[in-house]
Design a protein around this ligand. Structure first.
Ligand code: PLP
Length: 386
């Protein structure tokens, strides 16, 4: 059993606090220092003291974060990137070649769509955007040509749920890999590698960092051959997390379990309020029994998360009005921080997909429910809707 697998046997909260770093034997430092160094003194030519030679290739603060997130996802190797999109780009360059095809969710994060549509396509990787139903994905796979099935679950901003276990089987039947963007769930609520996914990707900017103070990304894998390819491209492309960013993200991960529990508690209270409000026409939350992905979500997630979207009576004008009137909910992009955020996907996060298959309803409002007092959040929405 590898050290990683050993560590994976302890509980999630224990791993979140301890995995990836042992107190420094020289100083006893409980928390990894921010190793603000680009290079390392060598004991003779090629004689590396701690295995470090240059901080693009590896840096001890980043190593601590990489070990931690790998343990939280129950993977073998973790890699920390400068952003979620840098992590995504590196996955594509690592496991695909020009001429390959990707099956891709039609309500993906807008920036992920843009990466495939405007960047990877020029490199020669084509994609087909489809719904995430198992039969739809199976039908979109081009035998011998499709090398990657990419899913996001829950999706952004419509909170659709993809069946990770079933999609892993469909991808593997076709000789393709399954990548899961686990940003919305976080490793606390869902561990895709344990359900058969080959690669997990995060925007750690969101729940993992959790405090809206750092941009970052992560990739976690179990298969060591895939790990070698990612490791090579991580260094060769160089979109690595800096030591201070890695330190902030690791600090965030330590409280992930506590934060996610409160995000879920508060989201449930907000959903209860919204579903009863006459000015709200539809609420999207996988915890609702009528949500089409509810059963799958109940099977593969610990709880249903902190993201809630809803449509309002009165069209786009009312949706914009609600976003602008909210006070406790801050009007802003991003998600997953301790503070509640509200936004209009059509004009903000998803503006780049207007006029494409990924366009979202114009009367849609998206909430990232934070960890403030639940009653204050509900009262704020009540006022904003009025
Ligand atoms: C934010 C986000 C990304 C992109 O990550 P960055 O850190 O902003 O580069 C990818 N996927 C999802 C689901 C996201 O929310």
């Amino acid at each position: 059993m590898s050290e990683q697998q050993h560590r994976n046997k302890s509980g999630f909260e224990t791993r979140a606090i301890h995995a990836g770093y042992e107190p420094d034997p020289r100083t006893g430092s409980v928390i990894p220092p921010i190793y603000a160094t680009s290079t390392y003194k060598q004991d003779g030519v090629g004689g590396l003291r701690g295995g470090y030679e240059y901080s693009r290739s590896a840096n001890p603060t980043r190593t601590a974060l990489e070990g931690n997130i790998a343990a939280l996802e129950e993977g073998e190797r973790g890699f920390a990137f400068a952003s979620g999109l840098a992590a995504e780009d590196t996955i594509v360059r690592s496991v695909l070649a020009p001429g390959d095809h990707v099956v891709f969710p039609n309500d993906a994060y807008g920036g992920t769509f843009r990466l495939f549509d405007k960047v990877q396509k020029l490199w020669g990787v084509d994609y087909t955007p489809v719904g995430h139903a198992v039969e739809t994905v199976r039908a979109a796979i081009q035998p011998g040509h499709t090398k990657l099935v990419w899913v996001e679950t829950p999706t952004n901003p419509l909170l659709g749920i993809a069946d990770i276990e079933a999609l892993a089987a469909v991808a593997h039947e076709a000789g393709a890999l399954l990548v899961v963007d686990n940003t919305f769930a976080s490793p606390y609520l869902q561990q895709p590698l344990t359900l058969g996914a080959d690669i997990v990707v995060h925007s750690t900017t969101k729940y993992c960092g959790g405090h809206s103070d750092v941009v970052g990304g992560a990739v976690v894998v179990r298969d060591l051959e895939i790990a070698e390819k990612i490791a090579f491209h991580h260094n060769a492309m160089g979109a690595v997390a800096g030591p201070f960013d890695a330190w902030l993200t690791l600090r965030g991960l330590k409280t992930l379990a506590l934060r996610m529990e409160r995000h879920c508690d508060n989201a449930e209270k907000v959903v209860e309020f919204l579903t009863a409000h006459p000015g709200v026409t539809k609420v999207y939350y996988p915890g609702l029994p009528e949500h089409p992905g509810h059963e799958i979500a109940a099977r593969q997630m610990r709880r249903f998360g902190g993201m809630v979207s809803f449509q309002v009576a009165g069209g786009e004008a009312q949706a914009l009005h609600v976003c602008e009137r909210a006070e406790v909910f801050t009007l802003g992009e991003s998600l997953g921080g301790v503070e509640s955020l509200i936004e209009h996907p059509g004009r903000m996060t998803h503006a780049s997909v207007t006029g494409t298959d990924l366009e979202v309803p114009s009367d849609l409002v998206r909430l990232s429910v934070g960890i403030e007092t639940a009653e204050d959040l509900v009262a704020d929405l009540d006022r904003a809707l009025g």
